[in-house]
Write a protein that binds this ligand. Sequence first.
Ligand code: PGA
Length: 292
Amino acid sequence: MKISFDPTVSRNSQSFGINKDRQPIVAGNWKCNMTSQQALQFAEDIQPKLNKYNKPGADKNSPTLVIAPGFLQIADLFNTLSQRLMIFMLGAQNGHYKHKDAYTGEVSMEQLKEAGVETVIIGHSERRANDNETDEKVNLKVKKALASGLIPIACVGETRAEREAGRTEEVISRQVVKALSDISSEDISKVVIAYEPVWAIGKGATPCSTDEANRVVGNIRELVRETYGDKADEVRILYGGNANPDNISDLMIHNGTPTEIDGALIGGAALDPVKLASMYDQTAAAWETVKA
Ligand code: PGA
């Protein structure tokens, strides 16, 4: 994949906005929160709010709800939400690129798959910063996830220092190109990308504006298009970084125009069933508007 990412040009005009054919994703990343007891309580609390989506075809016709709990809570959500909500897709926050090998403390993609996991977050900025998750490892994990039948959610995002140095496009291009290295055009539509500017993540941080998030997400899609052509229109690209019930609708439809953003990767707000259900409802409403 070649890099020609022009920082001065917003290519959104070439793209189509949230798309009737691109099923949005509302994904909660629980990080290192929630005991099993709390996870089960969360499942009890959110399920009645989302039962209304349990209609034939809902797994395709409504946005996908993902929750990526800690490894030890995967079985709790598998036994509850995976069994009860058609829109639900069980996630994990990480997975290893090797199986049956000497990697003490790791959990393989095969093991996740066997536990009922369907999608896995890869390259979250916290893992890039704290756990030596390099671009190369991200790529190995994306490929291993696909080979194991999991949907990878590959995270990319610039730090505040990189943004202030005018390096946003360079960093995002590098991360996207490396993450997608050797992914076949058959597999590309299964890959989900999450644009998560590091400076917008976490308590007290200010979310990225919709205009800016949309600009970067649009540029990521055009970068994918350089290698994969029109298949780029099938790739879901999410925004993450203080996505919440107050900004999710605007992230999807801004000033009456559908954006390029296909949903959100949500940290803090995903710990509250009321907030996560509201974000799901708003995303579903936005997609209905686009499909109408
Ligand atoms: P936040 O986290 O929504 O709490 O900012 C997002 C993320 O880290 O994925």
